[in-house]
Design a protein around this ligand. Structure first.
Ligand code: NAP
Length: 229
């Protein structure tokens, strides 16, 4: 049985992946997001459950980590799917908008990786999968905060790729073009029909669990047929 964790499993890519993995008998998967279920210390962890945690709150992350890591000893795979968009010209972004965006898109990943490191190390063939973006490769107008946060997370991934080699923890970075999820809801100028279908993406992400442990996906860059929209 593979033990898997999906951060950001309330909607979109993370939710689709959680559901796909939960349909397998050989995978025990959990996730977290704001719309997840509340937990208490006495609860046993339940297969397929999305637990409640606001990843912008270090206190909530600490509480969740205490609960969850009290119950598992090994983690085979950690998928980092939480994130939000901040799409405005730079003049319309306040300092607090910027900080708030970085709390989720950058700092929460750092806190989760630090917390899960001891249990990842205990797996036979562990990996972490960063869900990154074309915005970590290129610049786009009205996307200064988003491009900056996605480039920052890529730096974190590159560093851990080197730092965790001695522990055999593989670090995969998946750069995505447009995927049809609610992150696009406020951007009607982009047609959802031109985007990658979320179920097809989660099928691809699922397949990583069955790669040979000698393989590290340094960078995978997935675009819709139409290319960068
Ligand atoms: N869709 C695309 O075209 C695309 C392309 C490239 C990269 N990406 C990246 O893929 C990741 C997932 O995006 P998506 O398209 O699946 O969008 P989405 O449907 O908006 O998913 C965002 C996820 O993050 C969770 N989340 C948001 N704020 C949170 C918070 N404060 N605490 C905990 N969880 C929080 C959401 O769950 P709750 O609402 O329940 O909290 C949800 O599970 C993001 O990092 C995004 O930048 C997406």
């Amino acid at each position: 049985m593979k033990q898997v964790f999906v951060a950001g499993s309330g909607s979109g890519i993370g939710e689709s992946l959680l559901r796909k993995l939960d349909s397998r008998e050989d995978v025990f998967v959990n996730g977290i997001s704001r719309r997840g279920e509340f937990f208490s210390g006495d609860n046993k962890i339940e297969k397929g459950k999305n637990y409640r945690c606001d990843l912008k709150s270090e206190k909530e992350i600490d509480l969740f980590v205490d609960f969850y890591l009290g119950k598992i000893k090994i983690l085979d795979a950690l998928y980092l799917c939480a994130g939000d968009g901040l799409f405005k010209p730079i003049s319309g972004i306040s300092g607090s908008d910027w900080d708030d965006h970085f709390l989720l898109n950058v700092k929460s990943n750092f806190l989760l990786l630090k917390a899960f490191y001891p249990v990842l190390k205990n797996s036979e063939a562990p990996f972490v999968c960063f869900i990154s973006s074309t915005a970590a490769k290129k610049g786009f107008p009205d996307s200064s905060a988003y491009c900056a946060s996605k480039h920052a997370v890529t730096g974190l991934a590159k560093a851990l790729r080197e730092e965790w080699k001695p522990d055999r923890i593989r670090v995969f970075t998946i750069f995505l073009g447009a995927v049809s999820t609610d992150i696009w809801n406020d951007r009607p100028e982009f047609d959802r029909k031109d985007m990658i279908e979320v179920g097809a993406l989660s099928q691809y992400l699922e397949s990583f669990l069955f790669l040979d442990k000698s393989i590290n996906i340094e960078e995978s860059y997935l675009l819709p047929l139409k290319g960068v929209l």
